[in-house]
Design a binder for this molecule. Sequence first.
Ligand code: FAD
Ligand code: UDP
Length: 370
Amino acid sequence: MNTIFDYLIIGAGLFGASFAQKIREHGKTCLVIDKRIHIGGNTYCRNEEGINIHEYGAHIFHTDKEDIWQYVNRFIQFNHFINSPLANYKGQLYNLPFNMNTFNKLWGVNTPEEAKGILEKQRKAYQHITEPKNLEEQALKLCGEDIYRTFIKEYTEKQWGCSTTELPAFIIRRLPFRFTYDNNYFDDPYQGIPIGGYNLLIANLLKGVEVKLSTNYFDNREFFDSLAKKIVFTGCIDEFFNYEFGHLDYRSLKFEHEYLKINNFQGNAVINYNEASVPFTRIIEHKHFEFGQQPHTIITKEYPQSYQIGGEPYYPINNEKNMKTIKQYKEKSIYYSNVLFGGRLAQYAYLDMDDTIEAALYLAKKELNS
Ligand code: FAD
Ligand code: UDP
């Protein structure tokens, strides 16, 4: 293989696949390589007896970006799945996100006015906090004592493996809050699961693109560099620079799958387990993402883990140390003018799928206009 491609794309995840699609549409050539045995990156699903198992964590597509919704719909149709997770705390089930159904179960209130009254009273105790210094302060200021103690504190400490007083406030700003009986987790106008699964979406994006799987860029860097005029790198940025400024930390996950000879285990795709004494954070029942009617079911328990090199890096840890390190890598990357860094691992950022596609298309357009 000695063809000179316009681009060598390292990573067949959503970023690499969207970038490849866009530049190919405009007549550029590319080769995509991935060290895994499959395309799709973390959106990959393994099909077992008709059920798509989200191998790297449950993925629900949602967006408020009209152009990105139009773009993905060129490649696949979406079903009408709406994410309405539940929280199990000490055997009681509560609706998420925090809404009138949650307040009704928690406090026995029926009207928004009653719920607001209780919430305001509980929040009042924390209004002296003007600039929350950590997640605990942010959560108490936003939600008051009951919601914090029932849904947030123990879950978050399990998820991140440390006290809520050691975590940055912004993590909790992701939790939506509303005073209607609406269990839709996301506020976005567009939502669903690709019909036929995420693998089909990625395969359609990569249609006509040369892809080499089980191929690690770092196994033969010089050779791969010689194959293309430019490189798009979507792997870990610290690894790219040989950990020159140190390792970036991640939170990892372990997934335990169970095949059950019953047709419905929990009646919902996602149930969070919010108390500390249950070691996993949630149980996913995959068939409900696609309204599966199989006589059997497959569930996955999600256990947060510390990350070791060689494991799976899932969530970036945005503390001071890592922010300083990523800044150094980003500054260095500017001098690599023929390498374009993109995607969640090269950016060291939590990007939802719509953000990932948006960033890939932005980069592709910039390249096409240069
Ligand atoms: P990835 O999917 O990680 O792809 C990168 C690819 O690069 C991988 O396939 C990897 O094998 C390859 N690679 C890395 N290094 C090398 C190398 N040296 N050589 C060759 N190949 C290499 N977003 C949502 O919108 N909705 C959700 O519900 C949602 N749920 C999520 C749940 C979890 C647990 C996590 C962690 C993320 C979730 N996301 C969700 C975010 C979503 O996963 C990302 O937006 C998306 O996967 C990012 O795509 P990517 O291509 O940047 O990265
Ligand atoms: N969270 C929580 N209780 C819950 C769900 C989430 O306290 O029942 C917190 C937790 O700190 C988590 C953050 O909110 O890290 C974001 O959770 P979300 O489920 O939105 O994101 P995901 O973990 O799926 O990326």
